[in-house]
Ligand binder design. Sequence first.
Ligand code: UDP
Ligand code: MG
Length: 310
Amino acid sequence: MDKIDVSIIMPMLNEEENVLNAYNRINGIMNATKYSYEIIFVNDGSSDDSYNIAKRICGIDKRVRLISFSRNFGQEPALLAGHKESSGKCVISLDIDFQEPPELIPKMLEEWEKGYKIVDVKRKKRKEGFFKRATAKCFYKIMSHLGAKNMNDTAMFFLLDRIVVDKINTLEECSGTFKSVIFWTGYKTKTLYADRSPRDFGKTKYTLAKMIDTASLSMTNTTTKPLYLGFYISFAMFITTFLLDIAFTVLSILNLLPASLWLIPVGTFLTGTITLVLGVHGIYLAQTFIESRHRPEYIIEEKINFDDEK
Ligand code: UDP
Ligand code: MG
């Protein structure tokens, strides 16, 4: 395969309304630049017509490639697969619903030419529903407190130089979240800003359960601080309850307070904190368990328009 300038990766899960539109819009944008390019659709277990539409496009345009998973593995594994199979000197990944405008691509390429190895896009404003805005705000606030400041409202819209892509492709880590891994590499980064619009077609593929999964994965992959937090909370609890015990004993001896009044708040506080700490440990334990199995992050069932087609 000839060396291509730009690979454009779009993961898709049941996006039949968006595939053709995405292809046309990207073509329009890229044809106006000097760069050669490939478009890689990663079908993440769609049950609608997304696969067929993408396959038809592959039939008429050999610059379009399709990777199809055996089932739904998730957006992050789809992005990893796209990057592994890409051949561009730089790789751009974005959501197929174009909630962030793909018209930013020429600007990203300009920054890449200046020597930036990573170009990311942060959201200026979200023109979305209250729930999505509130959960996103809450997630990024927690992540920022845990030390992942550079992730703040970053879109899944990146340009990565080949040097970064090759580095990411060598990581053996499974279940890694793509965003945190990109920032972890630490290469010279340029941030662009864009408004996030609502979807034109289709619905979000992130159910509440999927959002919680992704958020907890992101947290455990980015930082081990919550584990230390558990220790600090337990330590603070130990001191507090120790002092409370002394106060309680003294007050009881002096017959100033009935025992039952003290027990309720202390008891519920203790149980709540212990369960919280155990829960955080559970998430890390689950991650360690998943990593220790060394299962692949995705299974590719079919590849179209690649040199090594399956
Ligand atoms: N997506 C995917 N697999 C999934 C969930 C989402 O490939 O399990 C794709 C989806 O088709 C879209 C992108 O990831 O191209 C972002 O998903 P979505 O727009 O539903 O997320 P939101 O923008 O609501 O956070
Ligand atoms: Mg979206």
